[in-house]
Design a protein around this ligand. Structure first.
Ligand SMILES: [Zn+2]
Length: 266
């Protein structure tokens, strides 16, 4: 059985089951089927603050233990909460949000270089080709973000004149993919199911995918660099201690392709 796909209510990021969003660190993550009702509300601003408070408190509390062990129990309690709010949604259409921006943490630096595969890759939602980092966004007609998915495999950044730096942890591709036009996707599209979006969600929109593949050049990678011991590299130099730029919840590593940004400016 496939693991459930969780959705962060705050930033719309789809991700494996978790207690806090890997990208924005919000505790409001739950199986995507259970939070679907919340996607109908703009900016999560409800008229009745008590209802909203109850729901957030529940989602926050539930992520401590419940979602994986008892998704059905969680579902029925959330259903009780959303039932009270249901009347407030005028249109039964998903409401998009602005793409959440990510700000580099204090002490972050930007390194430029070439991406090299380390342990493995992740499969692109586009065509399942191996990539190192990818950000896939489904937008509505106005360009607002409905749902998105971010995946990253640890990779080595060959920094000119400095050697390799291991890039690990949550990462976000920040450059818009100017090389490919957004693709229209509708219910049942295999690319949506690869993102973990259930067909019965009835989601449709424009899919925008930005990926970095092995050998990707002109990269600008921003994050905090620290020394770590890396088992795979222990056979050479300093017992495997190398500089590592590790993304964390609330502070993902930012990966941009300078070529794409330049293309966007032309
Ligand atoms: Zn989030």
């Amino acid at each position: 059985m496939e693991a459930a796909t969780f959705c962060c209510v705050q930033c719309r990021l789809l991700q494996p089951p978790t207690t806090a969003c890997v990208e924005c660190a919000a505790p409001m993550t739950a199986p995507v089927e259970l939070v679907r009702e919340l996607l109908y509300y703009r900016d999560m601003r409800f008229n009745n603050h008590r209802d909203w408070g109850m729901l957030t408190a529940f989602l926050a509390g539930s992520s401590l233990a419940l979602p994986i062990l008892a998704p059905l129990a969680v579902g029925s309690i959330i259903a009780l909460g959303v039932h009270k709010l249901r009347g407030e949604a005028r249109k039964r259409r998903f409401v998009g949000i602005a793409l959440p921006s990510v700000v580099p943490p204090p002490g972050a630096t930007t390194l430029h270089g070439i991406a090299r595969k380390f342990r493995g890759t992740v499969a692109s939602v586009l065509d399942e080709q191996p990539v190192l980092v990818e950000h896939a966004v489904v937008r509505d007609r106005r360009g607002s973000v409905l749902l998105r998915r971010s995946d990253a495999a640890p990779f080595l950044l060959e920094v000119e004149g400095q050697g390799p730096v291991l890039i690990a942890g949550p990462a976000r591709v920040v450059a818009p993919n100017m090389l490919a036009a957004p693709l229209r996707v509708k219910r049942g599209d295999p690319r949506l199911s690869r993102m973990g979006i259930p067909a019965d969600l009835g989601l449709a929109g424009e899919l925008e995918v930005s990926s970095i593949a092995d050998g990707g050049t002109h990269l600008a990678v921003t994050g905090v660099v620290e020394e770590e011991a890396v088992v795979e590299l222990a056979f050479h130099r300093d017992g495997g201690r190398i500089p590592v730029m590790r993304g964390r919840a609330g502070a993902p590593v930012l990966v941009s392709d300078r070529r794409l940004i330049a293309a966007g400016l032309l």
